[in-house]
Design a protein around this ligand. Structure first.
Ligand code: AMP
Length: 188
């Protein structure tokens, strides 16, 4: 399985990515998690990403694409992977296609978790209380949601045109959403 999971911040991408990765026995690769680990570890990549992340903006494509290219060159993705939070721009989608082409592979499906703005804002504010992520305050949340709508809508449209897009309602019990995802993928 070579999967991409997209959806607005707060739609439960991380939670569902971990569950799907386990179900299909592939590594879950979250660009947000990799960036956060690099910020924490004070690496060069972390320094490059930090400013953008704290403002709720996207890290430049050049930086993000190089990081994903590096990650997808490792042996553990040979049998498949689940990308969580990438691609998020049309340029990243084109780059990913190139990376997979180079390996003679292609995506099996792109899953979009669908949730409305009020629902995801409510979830993010709750997560802010629990996890204290610096980009989970109201202004940055609003910014991240508008960045998602603007940058990522053309990405889902692009995959829809290729017949790869599967849209799944992300509102409801976590287990129910997982089963919806698995059901939608097996029907794909
Ligand atoms: P996430 O955990 O997926 O919500 O990502 C947190 C932050 O990491 C985002 O707000 C961006 O600043 C950065 N980020 C994660 N994935 C990407 C990506 N594919 N392209 C650019 N920036 C990203």
């Amino acid at each position: 399985m070579r999967l991409v999971l997209v959806g607005p911040p707060g739609a439960g991408k991380g939670t569902q990515a971990a569950r799907l990765a386990q179900r299909y026995d592939v590594p879950a690769i979250s660009t947000g998690d990799i960036f956060r680990a690099n910020v924490k570890g004070k690496t060069k990549l972390g320094r490059q990403a930090q400013e953008y992340m704290s403002q709720g903006a996207l890290v430049p494509d050049e930086v993000t694409n190089a990081m994903v290219r590096d990650r997808l060159s490792r042996d553990d993705v040979f049998g498949g992977f689940l990308l969580d939070g990438y691609p998020r721009t049309p340029d990243q989608a084109v780059e990913l296609e190139g990376m997979l082409d180079d390996n003679g592979t292609a995506l099996d499906a792109v899953v979009e978790l669908v949730a409305d703005v009020d629902e995801v804002t409510r979830r993010l504010l709750k997560r802010a209380e629990i996890e204290g992520r610096v980009d989970d305050n109201e202004d940055v949340i609003r910014k991240r949601l508008s960045v998602y709508a603007e940058s990522t809508a053309p990405v889902t449209a692009y995959y829809d045109g290729q017949g790869l897009l599967v849209r799944v309602d992300a509102v409801g019990d976590v287990d129910v959403v997982t089963e919806r995802l698995v059901g939608a993928l097996s029907a794909q």
